[in-house]
Write a protein that binds this ligand. Structure first.
Ligand code: F6P
Length: 323
């Protein structure tokens, strides 16, 4: 019987469980015996496999995170680690591997593919920064979780006429911050792609009060040159002149822990179906993603080590909407 393994890697993302479930059930339907790899590439190198049948993946879809576990595994980027991983798959008679994860994880897939493994990547990260998919599994739910928090912060910010610096994740990509900022009606959005000085942010905040606003929500990407802490530090040092009553809220990993919404569940299912179809057709060494509403496969060589650009129109739109 043909054998297939699936693993999740890198930061967990809501919807990963939906993807594992779909890979297992669609894989079984295509005649595969399916194995899960525990704890990402670390488990692959250690040979930590678990047999997965359709009943093992019941009741997982509504849960955030990944029931297989995940790691950030530097060993996979070494020759020895890759050889060990390939050996573990060979020992089990596993010919195909599905890697559910973000940019770093797909660089790992690419490395394994270059060594001759049949591997398909499924685009999944809350950061939504991978080339090869307009949207990645987990990003929408992470935005929804952050939105709920910002909506609540706005209530207390308005009561106290305060400035809130709300930091969201996204590594060095501003996609989460831009979307959270626009959809929450933030007065100011700070992203890594458009570096600004603290003085200019302070002017935007003042301008919001001058326009009659009772508060100023500033959504800051963690990867911005001035993240929330650095900005707060600057504003506090200039408190006498700026006069802000300021609070900081770093949302951090809370954003990753939500139960996946319908967009992430359906994206996970559609990408997983495409991954099985690619394997069935013998087209591997690719990442499956959603581009302009269609599911497409992009060679991993074009994905590895590259980052998707943030749409600059989003930031222009944000400035007008904040008026
Ligand atoms: O890549 C997803 C992500 O949540 C980033 O937004 C964030 O910078 C990073 O992972 C945090 O990583 P860790 O969970 O390893 O602290």
């Amino acid at each position: 019987m043909k054998r297939l393994a699936v693993l999740t890697s890198g930061g967990d993302a809501p919807g990963m469980n939906s993807a594992i479930r779909a890979i297992v059930r669609l894989g079984v339907a295509s005649g595969f015996e399916v194995f899960g790899v525990r704890h990402g590439y670390t488990g692959l190198i250690a040979g930590d496999f678990v047999s997965l049948g359709s009943r093992h993946v019941g009741g997982v879809m509504e849960r955030g995170g990944t029931f297989l576990g995940t790691t950030r595994c530097l060993d996979l980027m070494t020759e020895a680690g890759q050889e060990q991983a390939l050996g573990r798959l060979r020992d089990r008679g596993i010919h195909d591997l599905v890697v559910i994860g973000g940019g770093g994880s797909q660089s790992g897939s690419h490395a394994l593919s270059c060594r001759g493994l049949s591997v398909v990547g499924v685009a999944s990260t809350i950061d939504n920064d991978i080339v090869g998919s307009d949207l990645t599994i987990g990003a929408t739910t992470a935005i929804d979780v952050a939105l709920e928090s910002v909506d609540r912060l706005r209530v207390t910010a308005a009561s106290h006429r305060r400035v809130f610096l709300v930091e969201v994740m996204g590594r060095d990509c501003g996609y989460l911050a831009a979307n959270v900022g626009i959809a929450s009606g933030a007065e100011v959005i700070v992203v890594p792609e458009s570096p600004v000085e603290p003085e200019s942010i302070a002017m935007d905040i003042h301008a919001a009060y001058e326009r009659g606003k009772s508060h100023a929500i500033t959504v800051v990407a963690e990867g911005a040159r001035y993240n929330a802490e650095a900005l707060a530090d600057y504003f506090r040092r200039h408190q006498a002149r700026l006069g802000f009553d300021l609070r900081v809220c770093k949302l951090g990993h809370v954003q990753r822990g939500g139960a996946p919404g319908v967009v992430d569940r359906m994206l996970a299912i559609r990408l997983s179906a495409a991954a099985i179809a690619q394997i069935d057709a013998g087209h591997t060494g690719v990442l499956v993603g959603s581009v302009e509403g269609k599911i497409v496969a992009t060679p991993l060589a074009e994905v590895a080590g590259r980052k998707k650009r943030l749409d600059p129109e989003l930031l222009k739109l944000a400035r007008v909407l904040a008026q």
